[in-house]
Design a protein around this ligand. Structure first.
Ligand SMILES: NC(=O)c1ccc[n+]([C@@H]2O[C@H](COP(=O)([O-])OP(=O)(O)OC[C@H]3O[C@@H](n4cnc5c(N)ncnc54)[C@H](O)[C@@H]3O)[C@@H](O)[C@H]2O)c1
Length: 280
């Protein structure tokens, strides 16, 4: 997969993993549309990328808003022509809290960004990629939390959205089987980003920015994570190799094996119950 001279549309591009992906894209010569809800950070990111010999454009967008996403894609195409790579990466977290404490507005926010944001990206950009017919790739950022609910983190609302992104990506890969468009799902474990500061990005219509209890602890914990630049490099390498699941850490393999063992134990139990015998 050649990135040089191609156009990439990256959501959540102003910080963290999105910016790490943008740096990797810039190093590989791609033109980049940086889409994010934080205009000041977008300007800083664009300034930094100006040291690379690529074209960039920033677009302020709330990915949960379908009409805004559509306008952003129109602007991107008007400036760069065909879009070849779509990185549905923007995401937020509510942090640790029991499910019964999550308010309707918080559900709307986290599903709006983490799930509908990805759906909006697919609805808006994939038909355009199919129309021009050139090779391309879609990467959806889920999480290792999209494959198992972490008993230490207790962030079930976040895991729910990321399970949805994994399922959506598996479905999209089937839907695009006969095309030149590949699909991957990025499932990182801990990365050193500003995800702990998600609460400063809650839109006004859902209550606006707020102070999240425990954000300082989360920040300190998150700072021990992998560098977003390493993740960016890993992602581009995986796209070039057409890997579907993109993992960033070895340790979670044991967590996934553990979860699958629990699922299979459920089947062992049904075998003991002997349902098929009783059906005869
Ligand atoms: N950091 C980790 O440890 C980790 C692990 C697994 C998955 N992830 C996922 O990686 C993705 C990137 O997160 P990150 O860790 O780089 O965090 P981050 O907070 O540094 O970056 C997220 C970006 O999304 C943007 N954003 C938030 N709401 C938005 C909206 N409504 N519309 C457009 N942009 C919006 C933010 O402004 C920010 O630039 C997320 O989907 C996150 O869930 C992160």
């Amino acid at each position: 997969m050649d990135f040089s001279g191609k156009t990439a549309f990256v959501t959540g591009a102003a910080n963290g993993i999105g910016l790490g992906i943008c740096r990797a894209l810039a190093r590989n010569g791609a033109n980049i549309v940086l889409a994010d809800i934080e205009p000041t950070q977008l300007d800083i990111a664009r300034h930094e990328l100006s040291t690379f010999n690529v074209r960039t454009r920033t677009i302020e967008v709330d990915v949960s808003d379908a009409a805004m996403f559509e306008r952003a894609a129109d602007e991107a195409e008007a400036e760069f022509g065909n879009i070849h790579f779509l990185f549905n990466n923007a995401g937020v977290t509510l942090g640790a809290m029991p499910l019964w404490e999550v308010t309707p507005a918080q559900w709307e926010w986290i599903f709006g960004v983490n799930v509908h944001g990805v759906i909006n990206g697919i609805r808006t950009v994939v038909p355009r990629m199919r129309r021009h017919g050139e090779a391309g790739h879609v990467v959806n950022t889920a999480s290792i939390g999209g494959l198992q609910v972490n008993p230490k983190l207790r962030n079930g609302s976040y895991a729910m959205t990321k399970y949805a992104v994994v399922a959506l990506s598996e479905a999209l890969a089937l839907d695009l089987e006969d095309s030149e468009i590949g699909v991957s799902v990025l499932c990182p474990a801990l990365v050193n980003t500003t995800l702990h500061a998600s609460s400063r990005r809650r839109p006004a219509r859902l209550g606006g920015p707020y102070e999240r209890p425990g954000a300082d602890v989360a920040k300190a914990w998150q700072s021990a994570g992998l560098s977003p630049d390493d993740v960016g490099r890993r992602v581009l390498d995986a796209v070039a190799r057409s890997e579907f699941f993109i993992f960033t850490h070895e340790e979670p393999r044991a967590w996934i094996e553990d979860r699958h063992a629990r699922i299979l134990a459920g089947f062992d139990s049904i075998a003991r119950y002997n349902i098929s015998e009783r059906a005869r």
